[in-house]
Design a protein around this ligand. Structure first.
Ligand code: CP
Length: 291
């Protein structure tokens, strides 16, 4: 049984096939490849894009989707996550798509080998489908990404998007540099900058990240308008450079990216969301049909 806890669960051949399938699905609507499959989505943290994108992707492939809302489930009566999961698996779904606050939850459930686990975001550790859709979006723009440089800007230490992205992009031959104030900077070997201006002329892609206030134990900045003066991606900051701008969403307007820049054709935020459906369709095919 194959799971998707992080992108390293896929071989490079599988990743290439997923990117190829996603491109095909974008060009033409596929048949009901998963018409006999049943998926359960279980989101213990809020989501707009990932949850609806998985549901749209599954339904476009003919699969049925059941959503269990944790806030009205028996976890509120004290049932453990493991027991909830075991009970859902007794209904024999073909996969469970889970988002959870703890880094190790998807792996813990995958280790039970009861059903295919698909990680829809865990703690600050992994968000593999976001990394793959970001890669697809960059590849759609540039073609070959080997040697291209992406600057990840913002609250990197809190970000599972950054964690999965760094692992995938470096594995695929991209250069990754980090731009953040000290409290938002993770501890790793990647090149680090406090100011975007120090590196902007060397980058092909900027990935802006939201300050994840809900993950901070205490407020890190008193005034995010002050933070924005240094880290908000504005037209003035980018000039006329040929740089692709990504953001996983939700965007804090005029803190992460300016209103004006969100309208700029270099900004791929909605293209990422659109591509997310095709990439997740390809991922569901890879996990439920091809494995
Ligand atoms: N990119 C992302 O994970 O967005 P949601 O939190 O809305 O799913």
């Amino acid at each position: 049984m194959q799971h998707l806890v992080d992108t390293n669960d896929f071989t490079e051949e599988q990743i290439a096939n997923i990117l190829k399938d996603a491109k095909t699905f974008k060009q033409q609507r596929p048949n009901q490849l998963l018409r006999n499959k049943l998926l359960i989505t279980l989101f213990f943290e809020n989501s707009t894009r990932t949850r609806s994108s998985f549901e749209v992707a599954a339904k476009r492939l003919g699969a049925s989707v059941v959503y269990l809302d944790p806030s009205t489930s028996s976890t509120n009566k004290g049932e453990s996550l493991e027991d909830t999961f075991d009970n859902l698996c007794a209904m024999e779904p073909d996969g469970v798509i889970i988002r959870h606050e703890y880094n190790n939850t998807p792996q813990k459930l995958a280790d039970k080998e009861l059903t295919c686990i698909i990680n829809a975001g865990a703690g600050n550790h992994a968000h593999p489908t976001q990394a793959l859709l970001d890669y697809f979006t960059m590849q759609e723009h540039f073609g070959d990404l080997k040697g291209k440089t992406i600057a990840i800007v913002g609250d990197i230490v809190s970000s599972r998007v950054a964690s999965s992205g760094i692992r995938l992009f470096t594995r695929m031959g991209m250069n990754v540099v980090l731009v953040a104030p000290e409290p938002f900077m993770p501890d790793n070997d990647l090149p680090k900058y406090q100011h975007l201006e120090e590196v902007i002329d060397k980058v092909d892609v900027i990935m802006s990240l939201r300050a994840q206030l809900e993950r901070h134990k205490a407020p890190i900045f008193e005034d995010y308008n002050e933070y924005a003066k240094e880290y908000c991606i504005t037209k003035k900051r980018l000039g006329n450079r040929d740089i692709v701008l990504l953001h996983p969403g939700p965007v804090m307007r005029n803190i992460d990216i300016s209103d004006e820049m969100l309208q700029d054709e270099r900004c791929k935020v909605l293209a990422q969301v659109k591509n997310g459906v095709f990439v997740r369709m390809a991922i569901l095919k890879a996990l439920l049909l091809d494995s």
